[in-house]
Design a binder for this molecule. Structure first.
Ligand code: CP
Length: 340
């Protein structure tokens, strides 16, 4: 097996073997002093990330940019189709040919499934899929699993043997699509898929997890499903993927998790995750603010982990892992970031 990720596109979790995941996570661990601002490195000084987000994003776009900056590189961005020449009819092919001449690596999000792969096929530099429609979000799945691994390790547990509930819009939620694929690389996983019947996880993803030997249960009842899991992974109704707002509104607020439900139905140490953004409007409120002080709410630790995982991807793809510490020094400014 070729473990070398130098120069590769990251388009789908399907391209990885378990050894790749171990490698990425080991490099991510080494990024902690830089992410925590204990040291700085200039290993990517002179390199440019093209951060091309043709669909709304807060944390994926900014954390890709921060991760590249933390390695010493610079970031150039475009946000939204309307602010790019795609709005004038330019093709993905031409856009990729041009932008890959300006950058050493590109992170891209686009509303159409398969579009990032199409862009990558024309790109002269590696491309990382930051989310293509309802298809995949591989870097999110990696940071999700990295979070699961760390949260379980604190309880002396491993990912093998994991019990996880995935909750919400499993049909259009690309983060659960990528995470489901990722879980097939592990063993003895119990997966409870909680969604409205119309928003169930695509059948081929369910089948792949069953072929991997996992116990997969499909349910439309939140309270029954979250009773005996290590991780309750909530997701937002992906209203931007529905044909109409009225259709999306049918499902909004169906699976609300709050402290009272957590206390009544979950085991005391169940970790609550969400790829974010959580929809905090009163009609949705899928993860209530009254969970904010629950120490098992891992959503902000999860978002923080996006930095080290994305730093690891950049370092591996641009082949600088062995040089990071050579170009590093302690920071000279005041650091006091409270842990959550
Ligand atoms: N999790 C995630 O993809 O968040 P953004 O849409 O803010 O990038």
């Amino acid at each position: 097996m070729n473990l070398d990720l130098t120069g590769t596109h990251i388009l789908s979790i399907s391209q990885f073997e378990r050894e790749h995941i171990d490698l990425i996570f080991n490099v991510a661990d080494r990024m902690e002093p830089y992410a925590q601002r204990k040291r700085v490195t200039r290993v990517l000084e002179g390199a440019i990330l093209g951060n091309m987000f043709f669909e709304p994003s807060t944390r994926t776009r900014v954390s890709f940019g921060c991760a590249f900056n933390l390695l010493g590189g610079e970031v150039r961005e475009t946000t939204g189709v309307q602010n790019s020449a795609l709005a004038k009819g330019e093709s993905l092919y031409d856009t990729a040919r041009v932008l890959s001449g300006y950058s050493d690596i590109i992170a891209m999000r686009h509303p159409v499934a398969g579009s990032v792969a199409e862009f990558a096929s024309a790109s002269r530099v590696p491309v990382i899929n930051g989310g293509d429609g309802a298809n995949e979000h591989p870097s999110q799945a990696l940071l999700d699993l990295y979070t699961i691994k760390k949260e379980l390790a604190a309880k002396h547990r491993a990912v093998d043997g994991l019990r996880i509930a995935m909750i919400g819009d499993l049909k259009y939620g690309r983060t659960v699509h990528s995470l489901s694929r990722l879980l097939t690389l592990f063993s003895d996983v119990k997966v409870i898929l909680i969604s409205p019947k119309e928003l169930q996880l695509p059948e081929e993803l369910v089948e792949d997890m069953r072929l991997a030997g996992h116990d997969v249960i499909i349910s439309d009842q939140l309270e029954d499903g979250i009773g005996h899991v290590d991780i309750a992974y909530s997701t937002r109704i992906q209203e931007e993927r529905f044909a109409s707002q009225e259709e999306a509104d049918l499902y909004r607020g169906k699976f609300r998790l709050n402290q009272a439900i957590y206390t009544k139905y979950c085991e005391p140490n169940t970790v609550i995750m969400h790829p974010l953004p959580r929809d905090s409007r009163s009609t949705a409120n899928e993860l209530d603010n009254d969970l904010n002080l629950n120490p098992n709410l891992a959503i902000f630790r999860q978002a923080d982990n996006g930095i080290v995982v994305r730093m690891a991807l950049f370092a591996l793809i641009l082949d600088v892992v062995d040089h990071i510490d050579l170009y590093s020094r302690p920071v000279g400014w005041y650091v006091n970031r409270r842990s959550n």
